[in-house]
Structure formats: C-alpha cells, structure tokens
Design a binder for this molecule. Structure first.
Ligand SMILES: Nc1ncnc2c1ncn2[C@@H]1O[C@H](COP(=O)(O)OP(=O)(O)OP(=O)(O)O)[C@@H](O)[C@H]1O
Ligand SMILES: [Mg+2]
Length: 274
C-alpha cells in the first residue's frame, strides 16, 4: 500500500439483510489531501460506501484499510471504531440521523465532549463553527424546529467542530438555497486548501466540476466504480454520463418552444442548442 493512502478498499461488498446488494466488489483507494467526488445515480451505493468508510457498516466481504490499519471489523469493535472516528467524520444524507440533542448548541458540542475536550475549548470551538456556518442565531433552537437546509448545515457543524482529517459528505448541497450552497462550496474549498481529505457523494455534476481533484462514477446496476479519472475527463464523457444516468432529458424553454434534450449545467452554465 502506498504511504499516503487514507483508505484502501479491496473487493469490498455490502448487502443489506444479506440479500440487497449495495456494494459489489469495490476496489478503491483514497489518498491524503485529495477531494474525491463519488458520482452515481440513486441506489448505486454512494451512501453505503460512505458508511463503510466511516466504519459504521462492516463489509459483507472484502478488506478495508484506513491509515494503513485493517479496520474491516470497525463496526463490531468499539476500540477500532473509536480510533477511526477520531480521524474521520461523516455528514449523513439525512440530517435527522445526526441531530438528537435538546438544542443545536448541544448537538454540536456532543462530539467534542465525547472526545473529552475541556469545557472551555468545547464552548470556543462550538461558537466558532456555528459562526462560520451562519448558525449562531439558531444555537438555542431544538433540531426539530429547523428547516431542512438549516438541519443540513447543523449536521455539517457537528462534524466540522471536531476538525477531522477526513470529511465524508453525503449529498452536502441537497436542500440548500443558492446562498447556503455557495457558502458551503466555499467552506469545502477552504477545507481542501487546509489539506483535508474530502470524499463527497453526489449526483450533481457541477459539484464535481467545482471541487473534485478526482472523480469515480458508480454504476446504477454494477454497485461499484465503472469509471475513474480527472473531473475534466469524466465530465466530458457524455456517453458515460448518459449510461450512468447522470444526465437526462431536461425540459427547456427557448422563447415559445419548450423541448427536452440531455445536458447538465456546468460551472459556467453553458450548453449547446441546435
Ligand atoms: N436500509 C436499507 N435497507 C435495505 N436496502 C437498502 C437500505 N439502504 C439502501 N438500500 C439499498 O442499497 C442500494 C444502495 O443504496 P444507497 O443508499 O447506498 O444508494 P445511493 O447511491 O446513496 O442512492 P441515493 O442517490 O438515492 O442516495 C439500493 O439498492 C438501496 O435500495
Ligand atoms: Mg445516498
């Protein structure tokens, strides 16, 4: 294994209830400092992959190394799980899973308190991260009193407050309004610049265009990567994107005419018409 590998998966499979295949023979390496964007349509296995990387799901078969250590059993081994969770944080697709305290402040403080940080440091870090995410005014709210997008940002805060080396993000921009989305992308770019390793699961191609240093594409039926490469390469491969159900017939209006043709909106929002 190369020294800088953060994660190394060899022939990793995962099936729910022993029969619903979600990952099927995944070989994947994530290197320190990269931003890997995992593209794939609904049901291709992105969320399951992130839960394996976070040590929440034990692979049904295959081998999973993190920072050079075999952590295949992390889901069943509290010591190993704890070791992994000090270095890796997952922002879930559904923020409700992540929020369970009486207030937003308590939810963000929960992880650092679990890690045994001194109370003063916890307070200072929670206050800082809430300000960074424009959440300070919601500190005393109950999580169920938040909108979907606010919950998503609080869930992100619960992970970022611990400053993990590796941040796993599942559909981070889902439910965000344009300003929150732009701010989140800026924040992820800042984490990148600070040398953090990011793994982002999404079906939004423009996130890959903006942030990825490398892209893997999960196949709809394969449940493993069907392509891997630089974002410019992958995003230029229309055949691949169509096969992977990542571009679709999309209704457009041109003056009085509304019609459909496949495209995606890139960072500059340009596409061809005939
Ligand atoms: N809790 C579960 N129980 C049973 N099957 C599940 C469960 N969660 C996911 N699956 C199945 O596992 C497969 C992979 O699901 P996963 O959630 O990893 O996909 P995804 O790529 O994250 O999809 P999405 O884009 O919709 O979030 C799908 O076939 C899905 O139906
Ligand atoms: Mg998912």
């Amino acid at each position: 294994m190369s020294e800088e590998a953060v994660f190394e998966l060899t022939a990793v499979s995962y099936a729910y209830h022993g029969r619903i295949v979600a990952l099927d023979g995944v070989d994947l390496t994530v290197r320190a400092g990269e931003t890997l964007v995992v593209l794939g349509p609904n049901g291709s296995g992105k969320s399951t992959l992130l839960k394996v990387l976070d040590g929440l799901y034990r692979p049904t078969s295959g081998r999973f190394l993190a920072f050079g250590r075999d952590v295949t059993a992390a889901a069943d081994d509290p010591e190993l799980g704890y070791w992994l969770h000090r270095r890796v944080g997952l922002v879930f697709q559904e923020p409700d899973v992540q929020l369970f305290s009486p207030t937003v402040f308590d939810d963000v403080a929960f992880g650092p308190l679990q890690l045994g940080w001194p109370p003063e440091q916890v307070r200072a870090s929670v206050t800082r991260v809430l300000a960074e995410l424009r959440l300070a005014h919601l500190a005393d709210r109950a999580p169920y009193e938040l909108s979907g997008g606010e919950k998503k940002r609080v869930a992100l805060a619960t992970v970022l407050v611990m400053e993990p080396e590796v941040v796993l993000l599942d559909e981070p921009t889902a439910n965000l309004d344009p300003r929150s989305r732009a701010e989140l992308i800026d924040l992820l770019a800042a984490l990148q610049a600070r040398g953090r390793t990011l793994v982002i699961a999404t079906h939004e191609l423009d996130l890959a265009a903006l942030l990825a240093t490398r892209v893997v594409v999960f196949g709809e039926r394969e449940h493993r990567p069907i392509a891997e490469g630089a974002p410019e390469e992958i995003l230029a491969d229309q055949d691949l994107l169509r096969r992977a159900n990542l571009v679709h017939e999309h209704p457009h209006r041109h003056g009085p005419i509304v019609h459909s043709h496949p495209h995606w909106h890139d960072a500059e929002h340009q596409h061809e018409h005939d």
